[in-house]
Design a protein. Sequence first.
Length: 256
Amino acid sequence: MMSTSMSTAPAPPPAAIPAGLRMVGVVKSFGAQEVLRGLNLTARPGRVYALLGPNGAGKSTTLAIALGLMRADSGAVEILNAPWTRESLEHVGASLNGPALFPQLSARRNLLVHARLTGTDPAVIAPLLERVGLGGAGRKRAGSFSTGMKVRLALAMALLTDPEVLILDEPQNGLDPQGIIELRDLLRGLADAGRTVVVSSHQLGEMARMADDVGVLVAGRLAYEGPLSGLAHPDDGPGLEAAYLDLVTGRGAGAR
C-alpha cells in the first residue's frame, strides 16, 4: 500500500545498495562500433534479474565483461559490492555461449575435472546431478547427450561451487516444457535463498514467470531497469511482450 506521508527518505547512493553484480558507466567498442554506451546495471541478492534485448543489443558483451572474459574500454564492474578482480570469480557461477563440455567424458567426470580445478569437494557431484535432473545419466558420455541434457550439465557446472552470483545466457534453450519448469523452480529457489541470479533470455513469457527485476538493453543502454511490475503484471507474458516491443521499437515508454 502506498504511504500517504509526504516525507521521503533520500535515496541511498548506488554503492550503498547491496548488489551481486553492478556495472557503472561501462563502455565497449569494437572498432568504430560502440556496443555498450555507458551501461549502468544493478542485479541484487535474493532476486532473479532478466536481461532482455534484441539480437545485437549488447547482452552477450555485457555478460562477458561481467565475467572478465572481455575488457571494457571504460567504466567499472563490481561483484558483491567490491571492485572486480580475478578472485571475484570464486563467488560466480556462469554458463555462456552454450555448454563447454568434454564430450568423451561422462557427466560425472566432466564435473570432477571442474571440481579439481576449483578445489571443490567431489562429494557434491552426485547430489548436484540429481538436482539438475541428470541423476540417472552421470556415467553417460556427455557427447551422447541431447541438447537439453547438455544444458542441464552446463547448469550443474555453473552451480558446482555453490556460487553467490549466477550468470546464465539463454539457459532454457533445448529444454522441454518440463525442463523449463524445473529450471524456473531451481533458479527461483536459488534467488529465494539469497543468491543473485542473472538470466539473459529471449523467452519473454518464461521471464515474466521467473524474474523479479528486468533490464531491457537497447542499442547499448538500458531502456528500462527495475521491477518486473514496472513493465507487466507478474505471470503476464503478453503484457511483458507488449512493453518490451514498445521499448525496443521506440513506440513508447513501455510502462504498464
